[in-house]
Design a protein around this ligand. Structure first.
Ligand SMILES: [Mg+2]
Length: 216
């Protein structure tokens, strides 16, 4: 089976990440983790995110109990349905979809939450496209490696991705030619195919620039 069929990609276009790119997942988790597992530094949700960016970097939420609780919730379809939306993402992705189609949603969320994820994307009227989730046979810690592999296999049909996580770059080979629109960053991490975008408006403008000759 070729990759296009395996992933049911129907259009040439871009992939989009979900967590911290379309949904403010971290805000949801930080609020829950603070209430349940403590906030010894007495920080606000915003301060914790600024300091640690991801919950896995918060030192006092690494107990077995906290990790097990979070893992159960990460695997819950109901939790996905209620995650907060990044408003500008919804507006800008609709505009981007008219410049170059959204070919797929590519996320390291496990396949077990596909239904909840689809519900959430539909609820917020995101462009319809296949959702590629991490197979349960791939460990959560290998998520970015897996995602980089999928991107490489799908290139050039999938011409790149909009993603917030620069860890993805560690696993993309030096000759990968797809474009990485790195949302919520201002550094290109030394790669010419990485386009930093401070916000969603910049994502839109940069995509317009890079794909100005794209034939819909
Ligand atoms: Mg993300």
């Amino acid at each position: 089976m070729d990759n296009e069929n395996k992933y049911k990609i129907l259009k040439v276009g871009l992939a989009v990440d979900i967590d911290e790119t379309l949904s403010w997942t971290i805000g949801h988790w930080v609020e829950k983790m603070m209430a349940k597992f403590g906030n010894p530094e007495n920080l606000s949700v915003k301060e914790i995110i600024e300091k640690y960016r991801y919950t896995q970097n918060v030192p006092y939420w690494q107990s077995q109990e906290a990790l097990a609780w979070m893992m159960a919730k990460v695997n819950s379809n109901d939790v996905q349905k209620e995650l907060p939306l990044i408003e500008e993402a919804s507006i800008c992705l609709e505009r981007i979809n008219k410049l170059i189609p959204i070919a797929a949603y590519l996320t390291i969320r496990p396949e077990t939450v596909l239904a909840g994820t689809k519900h959430w994307l539909d609820k917020h009227n995101f462009p319809v496209a296949p959702i590629i989730c991490r197979p349960i046979t791939v460990d959560h810690n290998d998520g970015n490696k897996w995602k980089a592999g999928v991107l490489e296999k799908l290139y050039p049909q999938v011409a790149g991705i909009i993603d917030d996580n620069p860890k993805l770059l560690n696993f993309l080979s030096a000759d990968y030619r797809g474009k990485i629109f790195l949302y919520d960053h201002h550094d290109n991490f030394g790669r010419t195919n990485v386009i930093p975008c401070r916000n969603w408006l910049e994502v839109y403008k940069n995509i317009k620039n890079v794909f100005s000759n794209f034939n819909l």
